[in-house]
Ligand binder design. Structure first.
Ligand code: NAD
Ligand code: DAU
Length: 363
């Protein structure tokens, strides 16, 4: 069994990386980054409503990138992908990721996030055990998770790696379950795993069901900007490329059996995020017919079980692996708004999958 906290020197950076969920928001940022660096990457993705090959257009046809459309619950398909591609690193990002959808339909979250992760662990263990000794020493399984597993904070305090788990939504409960499975496969079977729990990401290629892209696109079209409750819930926002950089470090250099919190040190109330977007858009794309976008803000029925505040202490990641985010919220949100304005060809077709109607109101 691998010893917890054991630091394994990595002789050579991982070169063959299988990324589950690589056609999603964060996964595609990871894949683009790794392929640009010259690694061999296999994107393994089912292409649900949230998966999009257009997010991989920059790298899709490069020799360093391969793609397989398959479900993480399909053990045979994952086994075939492992045996054919022979990765030395698996980065597991595939998941159902939207809290509101988990309120309307928790079943798919249990299936993908819990059973899917279990399926990957079983197949990764089989694959790892059959490797020869040097390959076995190099192999790693990186499980990517969320700060929502810790539940909710009051006005004070930060989530640390030793904060007790207290998930409150079907989404966060399913992610917490998957975290526990990954930890158990390390302790019981010695599968070499690392884990990370991150705060809210934002940036390009974000599916417009989430607060920031939904607000940008509704503001562009002069539609109401729905703010749940009083807009006082706080999230800790991290630019997606900073998360991708952190994930590369954790996957390749993190200590086996350990988890690392990742966060942007950018706490904002939702209402302030929405107002900031309105101000940027009034400046960059003023529209006389729409007028000041703040007038579009509409307070709507709160999300059931809405967590009040998330905030991350990322000291461990900084101290052990030297990671610090490079984008502050002001520059990151302006870059994000401009990206959506310049990339209608990416988001227009997504209206057929989801047209920004309210979801997640429990009956
Ligand atoms: P996303 O919804 O944008 O993408 C998920 C991807 O997984 C999609 O490409 C989808 O097609 C794929 N997928 C879903 N079910 C699958 C299945 N059964 N088999 C194979 N592929 C499947 O999600 P995201 O925001 O990029 O999040 C990626 C990971 O990071 C998730 O595990 C999420 O829990 C975690 N995370 C997200 C955030 C955030 O702010 N978005 C923050 C912390 C952690
Ligand atoms: O903290 C990490 C998590 O961040 C990830 O694990 C999830 O995958 C990711 O979706 C995100 O979860 P949130 O629920 O925080 O993100 P969302 O964009 O859905 O909502 C952000 C906040 O904005 C939240 O307090 C709810 C609120 N909100 C959301 C929407 C969609 C609104 O006020 N109006 C909206 O229309």
């Amino acid at each position: 069994m691998s010893e917890i906290g054991h630091t394994r020197e990595v002789d050579a950076p991982a070169q063959r990386i299988l990324v589950t969920g690589g056609a999603g928001f964060i996964g595609s940022a990871v894949v683009r980054r790794l392929v640009r660096q010259g690694r061999q990457v296999l994107t393994y993705d089912k292409l649900t409503y949230a998966g999009n090959l257009a997010s991989l257009a920059e790298v899709h046809n490069l020799p360093g990138h391969r793609f397989v459309q398959a479900d993480i619950c399909d053990g045979q398909a994952f086994r075939a992908a492992l045996d054919a591609f022979r990765p030395d690193l698996v980065m597991h990002l595939a998941a159902e990721s939207h809290v509101d959808r988990s309120i309307d339909g928790p079943g798919e979250f249990i299936r993908t996030n819990v059973l899917g992760t279990y399926t990957l662990l079983e197949e990764a263990l089989r694959y790892w055990r059959a490797l020869d000794a040097p390959e076995r020493g190099r192999f790693r399984f990186h499980h990517i998770s969320t700060d929502e597993v810790y539940g909710t904070l009051g006005d004070e305090g930060l989530f640390r790696e030793d904060t007790p788990y207290q998930p409150n939504s079907p989404y966060s409960a399913s992610k917490a379950s998957s975290d526990h499975l990954v930890r158990a496969w390390f302790h019981t079977y010695g599968l070499p795993v690392v884990m990370s729990n991150c705060s809210n990401n934002y940036g390009p290629y974000h599916f417009p069901e989430k607060l920031i892209p939904l607000t940008i696109l509704n503001a562009l079209e002069g539609k109401p900007l729905p703010v749940y409750g009083r807009g006082e819930n706080v999230r800790d926002w991290l630019y997606v490329d900073d998360h991708a950089a952190a994930l590369e470090l954790i996957a390749t250099r993190g200590r086996l059996g350990e988890s690392y919190n990742v966060g942007g040190n950018n706490e904002r109330r939702n209402i302030d995020v929405v107002r900031t977007i309105c101000a940027i858009m009034d400046r960059v794309v003023p529209d006389a017919k729409i007028g000041p976008r703040e007038k579009l803000i509409t307070f709507v029925t709160d999300r059931p079980g809405h967590d009040a505040r998330y905030a991350i202490d990322a000291t461990k990641l900084k101290d052990e692996l030297g990671w610090v985010p490079t984008h502050d919220f002001e520059s990151g949100i302006e870059a994000t708004v401009r990206w959506y304005l310049d990339n209608a060809a990416w988001w227009e077709p997504l209206k057929a999958r989801y047209d920004r109607q309210r979801i997640g109101l429990a009956p």
